[in-house]
Structure formats: C-alpha cells, structure tokens
Design a binder for this molecule. Sequence first.
Ligand SMILES: Cc1cc2nc3c(=O)[nH]c(=O)nc-3n(C[C@H](O)[C@H](O)[C@H](O)COP(=O)(O)O)c2cc1C
Length: 207
Amino acid sequence: LRKDWQEEAIDPALLEADPVEEFAKWYERAQTSTDMLPNAMSLATATADGRPSVRVVLLKGFGAEGFEFYTNYDSPKAHEIEANPRVALAFHWKPLFRQVRIEGVAERVEDETSRAYWETRPRGSRIAAWASAQSEVVGDYATLERRVAELEQEYPGESIPLPPFWGGYRVKPDRFEFWLSRESRLHDRFRYDANGDGTWRIARLQP
Ligand SMILES: Cc1cc2nc3c(=O)[nH]c(=O)nc-3n(C[C@H](O)[C@H](O)[C@H](O)COP(=O)(O)O)c2cc1C
C-alpha cells in the first residue's frame, strides 16, 4: 500500500490567528511542491432550491477581501451564484496530503479588476472567452473554430475588449478547514469560524 500520510503534524500553537494568513503559508508550500496545478480548486454552488453542482476553477488571487476566480457570467455556475451566493471551495494538494476547505459568499469583482486581469491573459484565451457561450450545447468543434476565426478578423490587434459576460468572482470566506493526512487516518483538522468582528475561533475536529 502506498503511504498516503505525512510524518509531520499541524502544531496548533503555530496556527495563524487569521486563516487567510494560514492559507498563504499552505499555498506557498503547494506552489513549491510537485503539484502541477496548486491553484486548482473545486467550486461548489447550488441552485436556490438546493441542487448542488461542483467544478474546478483556478484561483487567481486571494487576500483579506476573499478568493478570486474568473469565469463566464452567463454560465450555469454564475447563474447559480446570482440566485444563491453561498459557495464552497476545496483545494486538494496531493503531494502534500493536504486539503483546505473554504465556505463563504461570492460576489462579482469590480469591472476594473476583471479588466486588469483580462489584459494579462494570452490573446488566444481572450479570443476563446469571446467565442464561447460557456456550457451551451454546440454541434461540433469546427463551429467553435469558425467563431474564433471570425473574432480574429474582428480583433486583429492586441487590443480585445473585456466581454460584458466575463469576469471575476470574489468569495468572502466565513469558514475554513485545514486538513492534513496522518497515519492510520487519524488526521489533523482545524476549523476556523468567523466571529463577525474580524476575529476567528479555531477548533480541532475529529478525523
Ligand atoms: C484544471 C481546470 C481549471 C479550470 N479553470 C476554470 C476557470 O478558471 N474558470 C472557468 O470558468 N472554468 C474553468 N474550468 C472549467 C470548469 O471546470 C467548468 O467546466 C466550466 O467553468 C463550466 O462550468 P459550469 O457549467 O458549472 O458553469 C477549469 C477546469 C479544469 C479541469
């Protein structure tokens, strides 16, 4: 059997009081690990009447204000967020045997923030964002390629406007969980719950 736990443990005395700072430490480790996509996170949303769905998106920034990702504002996930902004995120860094879970409320980032990130995206990705009505049915790949070719004609230069249907969400967290795999499944788990005044209470959870 492959070893799927760490020799190390989470020392509760060393946990940051602020979970975003704790996350920053874990994320730093993930980025220097062999994990190929340390910024990949599962994003769970649910319809207003409680039907859940989950998919992977990429973390593009985080801080005291929250955790950002970018997507199509007409996509199913976006419609779910508009109807029910409560979402959950999960990172699984396999080489580190670690998981971080985050729960919170998603809101759109400012247009200027989306535009600033948009400008950093490769030209091909910007064209593709314009070309795709995300998650709608398309008959064949050639249809997408035709649309891309048309857009290449329409926007021959470097300057491609930010699509009105595309941008970021920021998840403002009110709960975190830091999980580390340990021997015999007797894992370390620490949950942070927001007190609502900027402070957090920390509790160890059973494995
Ligand atoms: C590794 C990985 C990264 C992804 N990153 C994003 C992303 O940042 N934004 C996005 O909209 N979709 C991303 N996707 C695609 C989504 O998982 C999903 O297929 C798409 O957003 C449609 O979701 P929806 O129909 O629930 O709205 C990614 C998929 C994978 C596997």
